[in-house]
Design a binder for this molecule. Structure first.
Ligand code: TPW
Ligand code: MG
Length: 538
């Protein structure tokens, strides 16, 4: 056993299914072990942001950990933004960065890719990861790896591992997984009792699920809990797509002023709103800041439960859900609420296409049995996704980085072995759309819907007077063939329907549909969102 092999075996044992990466000289020895050992498949992409987004999406989709392997400096620092996004949205990504060898660091020369000091990169990643290790001592390496991988799973956040290139083949012991941190069972019991009491005393309880429910693999249990309690179930904006694989009656997604009024009302008028793993951020709550009194909610997040005016520290969400289930065994209650309805039945005429038409067309496909996990970028495509039937979705709904969609879709297909549907705007496609060129090598064939309004439209709606938000016409569909895919540009609803019908049956190459949308035409959700934000900030 050597350090690199021990690390790879440990990654696999902790739930990693593959490694995404781009090598460099400081990482070549590690990549050689990845390739030769075959412990995990290796997928190289074209630019490190893509690597980070793909690993993040793979982690979200598989409820496991994502691995992003890069070289020192120019490689790793290119990935700070995706890792920051994974940190903010609680996605367990393991960053493995090559680094100068121990023997090289002591020579007093500045080494290539070095910033201020050889430790600068480590310091930078401290800010965007929850635990870090530098594997420069073969005796301590297995323990360090065990600790950071444990942190990655416990907090569901990225961790950083730096591997000096001359340590890769240093002999070492295998990694022994670290035990989960202990918690106080009496405190957990008291907390669960209090929550059940509050919910049973309430007139209008509502359960909102957040991303932690998925990160900790609790969707089925939470669905069962909602059934037993007879509590209406909604997701937060970030947790859109959660529980889609369960039979739980999810009413829809809470979006405050931007969302379906009946859901907004239920949530805002609830006298016991249980927030299970919901990140309390502006993406989830901004357009409702005045409406929800967080002091009257029950918040379970970050291994803490806050209700009333007190907090139970160290209550892990999985243990809490088990405790709530134990207290509701045998009960089942009817729920009176109707799930949100989504647009169906695209009128396939010669009218120009709106974002709502795109959602309608996708819903029609789903009604015909074509279901795909969705990866959405930031932009109106994300708000458009709120009009698509509740289905598995990964999206940067809080951190809001553009460039996520395309590489995330590749990450979905790599880890799930399932074709993904990618929703992306033209501005975001300009950032990372090139990564589609990697599909052919790996046999990935996502369906890519580029919503091309030749504009940074979201920005334009906030500040219409600026000319810089107008983008050029890049003819994305024509870029598809040289990249190994099939592309078509559509201008009317009829063309959209026909292109989608063709694309779903064509397998083996990515299918890009460039959907031309007139500037100024927004999804209903984005229109309401912008009006809501303006109302609150103005
Ligand atoms: C990495 C800021 C938020 S939305 C937006 C920008 C530039 C325009 C998106 O244009 P696109 O979609 O993709 O054509 P649409 O529907 O608005 O036309 N840099 C990064 N992330 C963000 N969020 C921005 C800038 C931004
Ligand atoms: Mg655009």
């Amino acid at each position: 056993m050597n350090v690199a092999r021990a690390l790879l075996e440990a990654l696999k044992a902790h739930g990693a299914r593959e490694v995404f990466g781009i090598p460099g000289d400081f990482a070549l020895p590690f990549f050689k072990v990845v390739e030769d050992s075959g412990v995990l498949p290796l997928y190289t992409l074209s630019h490190e942001p893509g690597v980070g987004f793909a690993a993040d999406a793979a982690a979200r989709a598989s409820c496991g950990i994502g691995v992003a392997a890069v070289t020192y400096g120019a490689g790793a620092l290119n990935m700070v933004n995706p890792v920051a996004g994974a940190f903010a949205e609680k996605s367990p990504v393991v960053v493995v960065s090559g680094a100068p060898g121990k023997s090289e660091s002591g020579r007093g020369l500045l080494l290539h890719h070095q910033v201020k000091t050889l430790g600068s990169q480590f310091e930078i990643f401290k800010e965007v990861t929850c635990d870090q290790a530098r594997l420069d001592d073969a005796t301590r390496a297995p323990g360090e790896v065990a600790r950071v991988l444990r942190s990655c799973l416990t907090y569901s956040q990225p961790v950083y591992i730096e591997l000096p290139r001359d340590m890769v083949s240093a002999p070492c012991e295998p990694v022994v997984a670290a035990a989960e941190p202990a918690f106080d069972a009496d405190a957990l019991a008291a907390c669960a009792d209090e929550i059940v009491r509050r919910l049973r005393d309430a007139q209008r309880p509502v359960l909102m699920v957040g991303v932690e429910v998925r990160r900790f693999g609790l969707e089925d249990k939470v669905a069962e809990l909602a059934r037993r309690l007879g509590i209406p179930l909604v997701t937060s904006f970030m947790a859109r797509g959660l529980l889609a694989s369960t039979s739980a009656p999810v009413l829809g997604t809470y979006l405050g002023l931007a969302g379906a009024p009946q859901i907004t009302q239920r949530v805002e008028q609830s006298d016991a709103l249980l927030l299970l793993g919901v990140i309390v951020c502006d993406g989830n709550f901004a357009v409702s800041a005045q409406q929800i009194d967080l002091r009257r909610t029950i918040q379970a997040l970050d291994r803490r439960v806050t209700l009333g005016y007190h907090t139970y520290p160290e209550v892990p969400l999985p243990a809490l859900v088990d405790a709530l289930l134990a207290r509701t065994a045998g009960s089942a209650s009817a729920m009176d609420a109707q799930p949100q309805r989504y647009p169906r039945g695209l009128v396939a005429d010669d009218a120009p296409i709106t974002p709502t038409d795109v959602a309608t067309a996708v819903n029609d496909l789903m009604a015909q049995g074509h279901r795909f996990p969705i990866a959405a970028d930031m932009g109106d495509c994300l708000f458009t996704a709120m009009d698509i039937e509740h289905t598995a979705l990964v999206a940067p709904a809080y951190y809001a980085s553009m460039g996520f969609g395309v590489p995330a879709g590749l990450g979905l297909q790599a880890t799930l072995g399932q074709r993904a549907l990618i929703l992306v705007g033209d501005g975001a496609f300009q950032m990372t759309g090139w990564e589609l060129g990697n599909c052919r090598r790996y046999g990935w064939d996502p369906l890519v819907l580029v919503l091309n309004n030749m504009s940074w439209e979201m920005l334009r709606t906030f500040q219409p007077e600026s000319k810089f938000t107008a983008l050029d016409d890049w003819h994305f569909a024509e870029l598809a063939a040289p990249l190994g895919g099939v592309g078509v540009r559509v201008q009317t609803r009829r063309e959209l329907r026909d292109a989608l019908a063709r694309a779903v049956t064509a397998r083996g190459a990515f299918q890009l549909i460039e959907i031309m949308i007139p500037r100024g035409v927004l999804s209903d959700t984005l229109q309401r969102f912008i009006a809501g934000v303006k109302r609150i900030s103005g």
